[in-house]
Design a protein around this ligand. Structure first.
Ligand code: 13P
Length: 252
């Protein structure tokens, strides 16, 4: 099965409601190439309004996090059902900002991911090593642990039920991108771990996105790598001028 490239914008805690609607409109107004998929992840209060803008387009809407329970005493959390009601079909889980600033553990990430899957929301599992881990030579160990723990007890019928995003922490918001070769090495390794967790056929269907200072100047080179199936974009996704060229990356 061919993996359809996914160009995803993570707007993090940016944009007012009006800015979110304008940005979504600016992206939706452009014809998108048919051979790729686009996803936008606005802040939770903007989900519903952005969903209205994206109605009748092929652009997917994602939440930036998701709880595992449908309802209950979980102050500050948003349930998968609430996200679906707001129009989201995908949800980011385990972003390094959640792990580092909000101390989310692999166990918690696994609960979120499982909750999303059970509700029919496609999780985007973020993993990635810190600079210290890279310099210590433990990048692959970190990635393998985050994958195995994040995906514990998960069964997939098809690989397109899950997206993985490799986001080296040292490349996020720093302007430092992993080289295409570094990205391919990590993505290839992740796919081999996924083949071990699930099976080879499912691993071949799972899209693995690269994230970390992706911009219009480096996207073509990254996307040319065999196991790079898309990009999870922060800063450059906040302006149509920089996100549209990323969506329109050139295939080799
Ligand atoms: P930047 O593209 O700003 O480095 O952010 C990447 C990211 O964290 C996407 O989730």
């Amino acid at each position: 099965m061919q993996r359809i490239p996914l160009l995803a914008g993570n707007w993090k805690m940016f944009t007012t409601l009006a800015e979110a609607v304008d940005l979504a409109r600016a992206i939706a107004d452009h014809p998108l190439p048919a051979d790729r998929q686009v996803m936008l992840a606005p802040s939770a209060p903007a989900l519903h309004a952005v969903a209205e803008v994206l109605r009748d387009t092929d652009i997917a809407l994602a939440a930036q996090n998701v709880c595992w329970e449908d309802k209950g005493a979980f102050t500050g959390e948003i349930s998968p059902l609430m996200l679906k009601e707001a129009g989201a079909t995908m949800a980011i889980v385990g972003h390094s900002e959640r792990r580092q600033i909000f101390a989310e553990t692999d166990e918690l990430v696994n609960k979120r991911l499982t909750g999303a899957l059970q509700a029919g929301i496609t999780p985007i599992l973020c993993i990635g090593e810190t600079l210290t881990e890279r310099e210590a030579g433990s990048t692959m160990t970190t990635l393998e642990n985050q994958l195995r723990q994040g995906l514990a007890h998960v069964n997939l019928i098809r690989g397109d039920e899950l997206v993985v995003a490799y986001e080296p922490v040292w490349a996020i918001g720093t302007g430092k991108t992993a080289s295409a070769a570094q990205a391919q090495e990590a993505h290839g390794f992740c796919r081999s771990v996924l083949a071990d967790i699930f099976d080879k056929a499912i691993a071949q269907q799972i899209r693995i996105l690269y994230g970390g200072s992706v911009n219009p100047a480096n996207v073509d080179e990254l996307m040319a790598e065999a196991d790079v199936d898309g990009a999870l974009v922060g800063g450059a996704a906040l302006k149509a001028e920089t996100f549209l060229p990323i969506i329109n990356f050139k295939t080799q």
